[in-house]
Write a protein that binds this ligand. Structure first.
Ligand code: CMC
Length: 424
């Protein structure tokens, strides 16, 4: 067996290597502390493999993303979001009958318990929909018991997939002060999402195949991304044997941050700001490079992709196509393209390998589809849900799973004696 050797204080230790199915080499340090007394220091976990996983493969240098072995380009072009959900959660593509059954199940579990509507009423209209999403995901555990039987876990997975979009649509309706629109069983998953968001009791929503397909593709592109911040959160929370709904609610909270899923909202706000400021993108490029400024070019850079983000490549093409088909002209698209063009030639971005990520163009498509800015991260969450579920399921079924509990290197005060303050 190949080994890695560590020389520590003149003593040599050996650690086994693990090689992934795509050739990635890892040093198994699970016995490091027991054998040497030392731990590793890896802030942000950029060099830490926290699990073995069969779900998603990314090669950040080559710009490769595959779900269960299938290239993202093929899935985005030819598959549907529901089929991708099945693929991620159950490990293989469904047969025609399996897909039909799965679609039927997630169609017939979309209703929320009527009592849950009262929760929505309690929020102020200005509540960010991600706050509602996170709280509602966890609240599902109050209605559907935490069952350990695999069949019942599967039922809760179906419930979550089905109800999450109803929650998302209700959160939107709350923000615009309109009555909630109930799901329709004759519509596809994505059509139903659009119907619940945009229909009003006095008028049905006119479904457009261009919009439905574009949204379905966006959901596919977001469906999984291996051990990112929100997915690791789901695994972290789930490792304590917290139930599925609680683990996913925590994942939603992690996704909300502007460095993660919240970046899509930030990108549009940044582009709007540049537009209002007369479109002077050069000024913002300079600001993004200025180390005395906290301004970052949102939608640029990625922890893993160091050449290009294949999702951004697909989205850039799709943005032009969708806007053309819908007859929408958006000045923000020109600003985005100009920023990208300059960045690709600028040594600051080139040297640091900063390229557009999935969030750079997704917001422009969402805008064209009529989805409001505050709902962008909710759309990301909707797309990422099957990935979180697949990762949670894999983690709970893995006999190697232990409660996640990193260590630290303590840098505070050494022991000192307590002295009471004199209060007289
Ligand atoms: N604009 C300007 N400078 C940047 C940017 C940016 N968007 N991103 C990274 N840098 C610089 C950073 O200042 C640092 O420079 P230096 O080496 O001189 O200190 C260097 O590039 C490395 O950055 P980092 O923050 O150490 O990289 P990271 O791997 O920890 O962070 C990131 C990755 C995505 C958080 C970061 O690139 C970023 O903040 N991007 C903007 C937010 C964004 O678009 N997030 C969405 C990520 S994709 C969707 C998802 O999966 O969530």
């Amino acid at each position: 067996m190949s080994m890695a050797k560590l020389l520590l204080n003149d003593k040599e230790y050996e650690f086994p290597l693990i090689t992934g199915s795509e050739g990635e080499v890892a040093i198994d340090i699970s016995k490091l502390r027991a054998q040497t007394g030392a731990i590793t220091y890896d802030p942000g976990y950029g060099n830490t493999g926290a699990c073995l996983s069969d779900i998603t493969f990314i090669d950040g240098e080559q710009g490769i993303l595959r779900y269960r072995g299938y290239p993202i380009e093929q899935l985005a072009e030819k598959s549907s979001f529901v089929e991708v959900c099945y693929l991620l959660i159950y490990g293989q593509l469904p047969t025609a009958q399996e897909l039909k059954d799965f679609e039927h199940k997630i169609t017939y579990h979309t209703l929320l318990h009527e009592d849950m509507k009262k929760f929505f009423e309690g929020y102020p209209r200005t509540a960010h929909p991600m706050a509602i999403m996170s709280a509602m995901a966890i609240s599902l555990s109050a209605y559907y018991p935490d069952l350990t039987d695999p069949e019942m876990i599967d039922l809760n997975i179906i419930r979550l997939l089905a109800k999450f979009k109803t929650i998302a649509a209700f959160a939107y309706k709350k923000s615009v002060g309109q009555p909630y629109i109930y799901p329709r069983n004759d519509l596809s998953y994505t059509e139903d999402m659009l119907h619940m968001m945009f229909a009003v009791p006095t008028e049905p929503y006119q479904l457009s195949p261009v919009i439905t397909r574009a949204l379905d593709m966006l959901l596919i592109l977001h469906a999984d991304h291996e051990q990112n911040c929100s997915t690791s959160t789901v695994r972290m929370v789930g490792s304590s044997q917290a139930n599925l709904f609680a683990s996913i609610g925590a994942g939603v909270s992690a996704l909300w941050g502007p460095l993660h899923g919240g970046a899509n909202q930030e990108v549009i706000q940044m582009l709007e700001m540049i537009h209002k400021d007369g479109g002077d993108y050069q000024k913002y490029m300079t600001l993004a490079k200025d180390k005395n400024s906290s301004f970052r070019l949102m939608g640029f850079g990625h922890r893993v992709y160091k050449n290009f983000d294949p999702r951004a490549t697909i989205l850039k093409k799709a943005t032009d196509a969708v806007l053309n088909e819908l007859g929408v002209s958006d000045p923000l698209l020109d600003i985005a393209k100009n920023l990208e063009e300059i960045a690709l030639r600028d040594s600051y971005f080139v040297d640091r390998k900063l390229y557009p990520n999935v969030d750079f163009y997704s917001g422009i498509i969402y805008r064209a589809l009529g989805i409001p800015t505050e709902m962008f991260t909710v759309m990301f969450a909707l797309g990422r849900l099957p990935g979180w579920i697949a990762q949670w399921k894999e983690m709970t079924n893995d006999s190697a799973t232990r409660i996640n509990r990193p260590r630290q290197i303590y840098t505070g005060s050494v022991a000192r004696d307590y002295t009471a303050v004199n209060t007289r």
